[in-house]
Design a protein around this ligand. Structure first.
Ligand SMILES: [Fe+2]
Length: 435
């Protein structure tokens, strides 16, 4: 077909894809303009969400100044929990209900933006927490109508929460990570000011850069939208539709930007010019995976993060064992590429080339290996752990990891090929160490 052979029609496959594009303002100084933006969206009394750490940083000062300077009433909620839970979502909702606001501004990481989305939803349309949560854990009820306006101002990059209609949290009683996914949760405006990244330590920049890379590469190598089973009627398509020409465009550029800038951003932490393109790449990949969806490295990452025993990452403000999201994804990725490479060799080769590899004369059957080698090299140069063994796993953990990852059906179905339980265990085994 004219859009490329990857999107050739299949007998029962979908015939269309939809594009949900966020509204974004990007650039140094954009945070200073949010007062005007908030007024333009009809806000007069604003709930300003952040977490206790970001509350003391410069982006919050800038945000407050901009909102108050534009004549808005500002009520601050600085108790966002960094891994939000049903309990913290409820606490934020209670605040929002009592604050009597007509709009939201969130300044922080994905947890802060997600918490503002949830508080906006439950304060606007009160319901039992599980009503809007994704099935099968929740009832996946549709959001009844529009929410109050929300401006999201990330102080990190990678999660792309400012681009998506997704809010993730831990449901404490089930010890499960779940979320709410609805286009109405997408912020009305994402304000990406690269100055907000200057306080991020280098290890976090590295991990987030690899999160961006995996969003982009998983979207690029996802099953094509034309091979996703055709819906019964013209109902809204899901957020994960599979690779499509629009997400290809955004994700290819995101991969190129990560390849060109990640090492420098880690080696030169004071260099705004290295962080700026990474923030832009995070946004592009967010737009891409918001339409195409991720697949295996992310499906496997939840097991890697969830079963952690004693790995404490350097550079994060914690003494507790944890595997940060970007690390939990990238430790799987090279092993996944070796497995998926033969199923869409051109796309793996293109990604390797965008990352800086010389792919001349590489035969298609080696495409996955070449991409894996390129990524492993970048992992070493940016201080990433050496695969699963680098975050404390051993051979006897393989069954547990597989059991926890295999039920991630929505993600695994989005892979470019079928994945059996044995396949998955084999990929985890290959991911134990890379060098
Ligand atoms: Fe991610």
């Amino acid at each position: 077909m004219a859009l490329g052979p990857y999107f050739s029609p299949s007998p029962d496959g979908d015939h269309a894809f939809t594009v949900e594009a966020p509204k974004i303002k990007f650039g140094v100084g954009s945070l200073d303009e949010i007062g005007v933006d908030a007024k333009a969206l009809g806000m007069s009394r604003v709930a300003l969400f952040t977490d206790p750490v970001v509350a003391k940083l410069e982006p919050m000062e800038i945000a407050k100044r901009a909102l108050i300077g534009a004549g808005l009433d500002v009520v601050i909620y600085d108790e966002v929990e960094v891994e939000p839970t049903d309990r913290s979502f409820k606490a934020a909702t209670l605040f929002a209900e009592e604050a009597g606001v007509d709009g939201y501004v969130s300044v922080g990481g994905g947890s802060t933006i997600d918490t503002a989305k949830a508080a906006n939803l439950y304060a606007t349309y009160p319901a039992d927490l599980l009503d809007y949560v994704n099935a099968p854990i929740g009832a996946a009820k549709p959001v009844p109508g529009p929410l109050k306006p929300h401006i999201a101002c990330p102080t990190t990059f990678g999660t792309a929460s400012e681009c998506t209609g997704i809010a993730i949290f831990d449901l404490l009683e089930m010890e499960a990570k779940t979320g709410i996914a609805n286009a109405r949760l997408r912020p009305d405006l994402g304000v990406l000011d690269p100055r907000s990244l200057m306080s991020l330590p280098a290890p976090i920049v590295a991990a987030n850069g690899f999160d961006v890379f995996t969003h982009a590469i998983e979207s690029l190598t996802a099953r094509p939208y034309s091979h996703r089973p055709r819906p019964d009627h013209a109902a809204p398509r899901p957020l994960s539709q599979g690779a499509n020409p629009y997400s290809d465009m955004a994700c290819s550029e995101a991969i190129r930007l990560v390849g060109a800038n990640l090492i420098r951003a880690v080696e030169e932490p004071d260099e705004l010019s290295a962080r700026e393109p990474l923030m832009f790449a995070g946004m592009l990949a967010g737009i891409g995976f918001g339409n195409a969806g991720c697949h295996m490295p992310h499906a496997m990452s939840y097991a890697v993060a969830g079963l952690v025993r004693d790995y404490v990452p350097a550079g994060w403000e914690t003494d507790e064992p944890m595997v940060p999201h970007g690390i939990s994804v990238i430790v799987n990725a090279p092993a996944v590429f070796r497995f998926t490479g033969p199923h869409c060799a051109d796309r793996h080769l293109k990604a390797a080339e965008l990352m800086g590899a010389d792919v001349r004369n590489v035969p298609g059957e080696r495409a996955g290996d070449v991409l894996a080698t390129q990524v492993i090299d970048m992992m070493r140069r940016t201080g990433m752990p050496n695969g699963l063994s680098g975050v404390g796993y051993v051979k006897s953990d393989l069954d547990n990891l597989t059991d926890k990852a295999f039920p991630q059906k929505r993600l695994l179905d989005n892979a470019p090929c079928a994945v059996s339980r044995d396949d998955l265990k084999g990929i985890f085994a290959d991911a134990l160490s890379y060098w």
